[in-house]
Design a protein around this ligand. Structure first.
Ligand code: SF4
Length: 349
């Protein structure tokens, strides 16, 4: 397997989670409730944490939202990021309420005195700031990606002059190519940890692909320390998609991996059903510190033995039974009906 060489970025601590350096690429999402509706917000964050969310962001639109952070924080275990636009005073309130990180948008909070006050509050609370740019909120003429990168560099350098470098940066365009270009260019100039994402991606059918293309390309380049897949859908869908992407790239492992063939006219069993059953069974059995196993499920013997050679365990189906392989070596034939059970047993699960 090709090893990805990650860009060495600085380590930034968000609550108890560290990102950057050699720390795992962290998964995050954003609560979609009104933040001041504490009960609903906490319930959603708990569901997301159970699904694998490691950092949660909440929108801070007014004083009530900023104040609610204290009550939310008492009831959740993952770090909370306050998302601030337009009003820098809300950032200071959010810091006072115990936010673990502040996200500022240079497109709408840019006056030096205001930024200085937020930086001073973050410095005193020892929390980081994410400089979060979206191509849509950076003003000016010319190439929007260039504008976004230049604006991020100017903003971060201004903050550095305030003796603060506890920063994370994001540069989200609404298209995959623009997003990739922006992060590649920015990462050439700094070592700040990068929060990857594409903005306003739409419904999952297109949004997951758009995000995966951009975030995937960057992660394969070794760029990126935390990701959010933004979708016009539930935040649970965002977390599930992020986990699937990281696992598909081999960047992180959350469960044992299945490789299965697309089936064709040679397949004589209901392979889709078998693979779905196996997938569900593996999802219910967390890795719990074990190295992930690779299991090959193939519809016939044409590619079965070859593919299963690459896998820890494999099965190639005939008409009513499948030939079980271990490290490419045929072991025995097993009936289709209880093949999932046998595979799980052979995997010691
Ligand atoms: S493994 Fe066999 S059934 Fe599956 S796609 Fe290849 S030839 Fe078809």
């Amino acid at each position: 397997m090709t090893v990805i060489k990650r860009h060495r970025t600085r380590v930034v601590k968000i609550g108890a989670v560290r990102i950057g350096g050699a720390f795992p690429v962290a998964i995050q999402s954003m609560a979609k409730t009104k933040t001041a509706a504490v009960e609903r917000t906490v319930a959603q964050i708990k569901r997301l944490a159970a699904a694998g969310c490691e950092i949660i962001r909440v929108a801070v639109k007014d004083e009530a939202d900023a104040r609610a952070i204290a009550a939310i924080k008492r009831q959740i275990r993952i770090p909370l990021v306050a998302d601030i636009h337009f009003d820098w005073r809300l950032a200071i309130r959010a810091v006072d309420s115990g936010a673990d990180k502040i996200r500022l948008n240079p497109g709408n909070i840019f006056k030096s005195k205001q930024v200085r006050e937020v930086v001073a509050a973050a410095q005193q609370a020892r929390i980081p700031i994410r400089v979060g740019l979206n191509s849509g909120s950076v003003r000016g003429a010319g190439d929007p990606v260039r504008r976004m990168v230049d604006s991020a560099l100017v903003y971060t350098r201004a903050i550095e002059r305030m003796n603060f470098d506890n920063l994370v940066v994001s540069l989200k365009a609404s298209d995959a190519a623009g997003t990739v270009r922006a992060y590649r260019e920015f990462s050439r100039h700094t070592s700040y940890p990068l929060h990857l994402g594409v903005t306003a991606t739409g419904l999952p059918a297109e949004g997951v692909i758009k995000s995966s293309v951009a975030i995937g390309a960057l992660l394969l380049d070794g760029i990126g320390d935390t990701i959010r897949i933004s979708l016009t859908d539930t935040p649970e869908k965002e977390i599930q998609s992020a986990r699937t992407l990281l696992q598909a790239l081999g960047v992180r492992h959350f469960q044992h991996r299945i490789i299965s063939c697309p089936t064709c006219g040679r397949c004589e069993v209901n392979l889709i059903k078998v693979v779905n059953q196996l997938q569900q069974a593996l999802a219910d059995r967390p890795l719990a510190g074990r190295a992930p196993l690779k299991v090959a499920v193939m519809g016939c013997v044409v590619n079965g033995p070859g593919e299963s050679r690459e896998a820890d365990i494999g099965i190639a189906f005939g008409k009513k039974e499948g030939l079980l392989f271990k490290k490419g070596k045929p072991i025995r034939k097993i009936p289709v009906d209880n093949c999932v059970k046998v595979l799980l047993r052979e995997m010691n699960l």
